[in-house]
Design a protein around this ligand. Structure first.
Ligand SMILES: Cc1ncc(COP(=O)(O)O)c(C=O)c1O
Length: 349
């Protein structure tokens, strides 16, 4: 697909718009009051999501940020700490919600270049019982790991972290905003990737194109607590089946095509790799993200390049002063990929 306005918007997969099939399903959705758990379409989405994640129950929430926040609040008490990567979305981009609203302390350890947290760092950052220490309660992993290049983390690695967290008496939460990009890249299932996790969330509104929403999954008891926290945060929705209907279409129709976005990301990288002044500082794309470093020998500086592209109707985001992130998605087609590569060639040769 391509956007009606002819723009090529690579800033994020969050810019995707609902498909015609989604809009139809939304118009026809059977709804009820979801705060009373009476919306059949929401219930259907939650059950479908839980089954896909291999968990007992699911909870439909307005955003990925709220899903992560609810998970932290449901696992931790005030004064507890959660161990997470210094490049994790929960640390970088969620407005410190866990500490502002939950009094939960972020204990950050470095994300390795391959997106993982080292087992040794997790073990070392866990704090033994001591009168001076907060309780280390939770480990958070992100899969795919966005800021490390959209890297998928393997089933084996996820299992090892889950085992370690549990040995140390902690829980594991997975920010699986793009977990289906990981399943496609690794040729596995979300259930396998989330098997060791006590909770996992995924987003419907990124590469899957639904307009709104994420689903948090875990045990029935965890989801019952999470439901109450969602209400406390003002996230209890009423006839949310209108939104959940798009989510059901997303799960049915959009997961299977994510591989096309990965191919497009690699085609962009293939087209750019010989150009002077460019390097892929987060490695070659493994899913739907291309991270580019504009080197000092490039014929245009990063700001000039971004303006040049904006004038051509091609948008991407800065991921650092000299770094661009290009994200492929349903609304980027083969012709767009050619236009992107040719525009880079014109701009930099
Ligand atoms: C890895 C990751 N987690 C969580 C989120 C938050 O999702 P939302 O924008 O729906 O709050 C994002 C958003 O881009 C993300 O990339």
């Amino acid at each position: 697909m391509a956007f009606d306005n002819g723009m090529i918007d690579l800033r994020s997969d969050t810019v995707t718009q609902p498909t015609p099939e989604m809009r139809k399903a939304m118009a026809e959705a059977v709804v009820g009051d979801d705060v009373y758990c009476e919306d059949p379409t929401v219930n259907n989405l939650q059950e479908t999501a839980a089954e896909l994640m291999g968990k007992e129950a699911g909870l439909f929430v307005p955003s990925g940020t709220m899903a992560n926040l609810i998970a932290v609040l449901a696992h931790c008490q005030r004064g507890d700490e959660a161990i997470m990567g210094n490049l994790g979305h929960t640390f970088l981009h969620e407005v410190g919600g866990m500490s502002a609203l939950g009094g939960v302390f972020a204990n950050t350890i470095p994300n390795q270049n391959d997106g993982t947290l080292s087992l040794e760092d997790i073990r070392n950052s866990y704090r033994e019982e001591d009168v001076h220490h907060p309780e280390s309660r939770l480990v958070i992993l992100e899969n795919t790991q966005n800021a490390c290049g959209g890297i998928p983390l393997s089933v084996d690695y996820m299992r090892l972290v889950g085992e370690l967290a549990h040995q140390l008496g902690m829980k594991l939460h997975v920010d699986g905003a793009r977990i289906f990009n990981a399943t496609v890249a690794l040729n596995t299932t979300a259930e396998n990737l989330a098997a060791a996790a006590d909770s996992v969330m995924f987003c419907l509104s990124k590469g899957l194109c639904a307009p709104v929403g994420s689903v948090l999954c875990g045990s029935s008891e965890f989801i019952a607590r999470s439901r109450k926290i969602r209400k406390q945060l003002g996230g209890g929705m009423r006839q949310a089946g209108i939104l959940a209907a798009a989510g059901l279409v997303a799960l049915k129709s959009m997961v299977g095509r994510l591989g096309e976005d990965h191919v497009h990301a690699r085609q962009i990288a293939d087209g750019l790799k010989e150009l002077p002044g460019i390097e892929f500082h987060k490695g070659y794309p493994q899913t739907n993200m291309v991270f580019i470093h504009i080197k000092s020998n490039a014929s245009k500086n990063p700001e000039e390049l971004r303006t040049y592209f904006a004038n051509k109707g091609i948008l991407f985001s800065f991921s650092g002063p000299e770094h661009f992130r290009l994200v492929t998605h349903y609304w980027i087609n083969d012709a767009d990929v050619t236009r992107i590569v040719n525009s880079f060639k014109e701009a930099l040769v």
